[in-house]
Design a binder for this molecule. Structure first.
Ligand code: SF4
Length: 323
């Protein structure tokens, strides 16, 4: 590990002031410190923001605001989350061990890096780690890689479970930076790789995520998260589905679907949602709508199974939500 300076910020404004060129914000460190050990991340300064903005508060419109330094454990255990946004609690619990959830923060979860093995291997070619060097995953081991939102330059998946649920819940991300405060929908926070896979978010230099806000959404109370993976405990998703459903007189009146493990960013299945509105609430229409979402899929040699697996998981999850 290389030398770096360390400072603990007392408030978000100070954190932004301290964040010069080469600095990184430190939350729980569950991903960043690993990356520093491997010298994939080499910050010259760490600005510790783990003590800022913790907790969950009610917002005037009936939603909730989650401070960016709130631990993943605290979010998953919060009564409002468990009752009104169960897909979020389930996604977090499926994402990591208890110890990791205790350390990991919401802001850090949003900004975690891909777990593509070549990204972590200094000897491999990786456009995300070293721009314009190539992508060894394309012809290499890519069974777990993405089929949606990919490019010739990168086929990595976004690894977060929490973000999949947050995208389905229309989360907004509050940001503070040198130019002031702004908010972006979480769905627009992460970039697709295109020709610049090393640019992963729309955050400008020194911008700090301060909170995530969830609007009130009645449909979210009838929601869940399903994660399909190679082993039962703490593996990254091959396919994951966050879904919420409201059915009236046998037809779909409201639906949310987001996908993990299949795309370069947390993927809201807008095409499938549109197709399902007003459609019969049956496994067959659920599966067909999800297949529509995958018409644009660009699978690689060993991950085409996701294109047929994901619609089946979506159909099963939505069927389980019919009340
Ligand atoms: Fe790097 Fe992306 Fe290729 Fe993996 S898929 S080796 S992260 S460029």
């Amino acid at each position: 590990m290389r030398e770096f300076s360390y400072a603990k910020a007392v408030d978000p404004e100070e954190a932004v002031r301290l964040a010069g060129t080469g600095a990184r914000y430190l939350g729980g460190g569950t991903n960043l410190v690993d990356l520093m050990r491997e010298e994939i991340e080499t910050p010259t300064a760490l600005i510790d923001v783990s003590g800022l903005a913790q907790g969950i508060t009610e917002t005037p419109g009936g939603g909730i605001e989650i401070g960016a330094a709130t631990s993943n454990t605290a979010v998953a255990a919060h009564p409002r989350v468990r009752h009104d946004y169960p897909m979020l609690a389930r996604a977090i619990v499926s994402g990591a061990s208890g110890q990791l959830r205790n350390m990991a923060t919401v802001g850090g979860n949003l900004l975690q890096r891909t777990r593509c093995a070549y990204f972590y291997d200094e000897a491999a070619r990786c456009n995300k780690r070293s721009p314009v060097s190539g992508c060894d995953a394309r012809e290499g081991f890519h069974r777990a890689h993405a089929v949606l939102g990919v490019s010739e330059q990168c086929i990595a998946t976004h690894p977060s479970d929490m973000c999949v649920a947050l995208v389905a819940l229309d989360a907004q991300v509050d940001i503070l930076g040198p130019a002031g405060a702004r908010a972006v929908p979480l769905e627009q926070l992460h970039r697709e790789p295109g020709d610049t896979p090393h640019l992963e978010t729309v955050l400008a230099p020194a911008e700090l995520i301060t909170a995530v806000r969830l609007p009130q959404a009645t449909v979210a109370a009838n929601s869940t998260y399903r994660k399909v993976r190679d082993r039962a405990s703490y593996a990254f998703a091959l396919v994951s589905v966050a879904a919420a459903l409201r059915v009236e007189d046998g037809t779909v009146s409201e639906v949310r679907i987001a996908l993990g493990g299949v795309a370069s960013r947390p993927w809201r299945a807008h095409l499938a949602e549109r197709e399902l509105l007003g459609a019969p609430a049956t496994a067959e229409s659920f599966r067909r709508a999800a297949e529509t979402e995958f018409r644009a899929a660009r699978p690689s040699r060993d991950n085409a199974f996701k294109v047929s697996l994901a619609p089946r998981v979506v159909a099963d999850v939505l069927e389980g939500l019919i009340r």
